[in-house]
Design a protein around this ligand. Structure first.
Ligand SMILES: [Mg+2]
Length: 149
């Protein structure tokens, strides 16, 4: 197993129902997770199949954490993602859509739809990232093997 301890990961977050609810509210613990990721010298990207979401991230004061925004492919995930500049390809995607996570590697999350202050999924994501940093993998059922490494 390859350790990712010293690798700066490009971590791509889906937007709708991954970090934002249906009403545009921010999922609990997103800011804490973003802070952790930045402190570990990884890079955060936000993408969406629904356009470039700069305004939504501004609204929640998250812009400073984010390296770049992209439009997420809605089909042919591997080929379309391979067209991104090499330095900007996702090492890990976080998404409520299992298919894209299985293809690109990363962490599948429960869909966040209605606001719920007790939602702890982002804390789980943080735990899995900690595991992946030390061992290159995770036994959590949400985790799918990383591909762009
Ligand atoms: Mg989504």
């Amino acid at each position: 197993m390859v350790s990712t301890r010293n690798i700066a990961l490009n971590i791509f977050f889906d937007t709708d129902y991954t970090i934002l609810g249906v009403d545009g509210s921010l999922r609990p613990h997103v800011e804490q997770l973003f802070q952790y990721i930045i402190d570990r010298n990884h890079r955060i990207y936000v993408w969406s199949g629904n356009g470039i979401r700069t305004k939504d991230m501004e609204k929640h004061n998250l812009t400073d954490f984010i390296t770049n925004f992209y439009e997420k492919p809605v089909h042919d995930y591997w080929n379309n993602t391979s067209k991104l500049p090499e330095k900007d390809r996702p090492n890990m995607v976080i998404d409520d859509n299992l298919e894209i996570v299985a293809i690109l590697g990363g962490i599948w999350v429960n869909q966040y739809y209605f606001p719920n202050k007790n939602d702890a999924e982002m804390l789980k994501v943080q735990e899995i990232i900690v595991e992946v940093e030390s061992s290159g993998s995770s036994d959590d059922p949400r985790f799918r093997k990383l591909k762009f490494i």
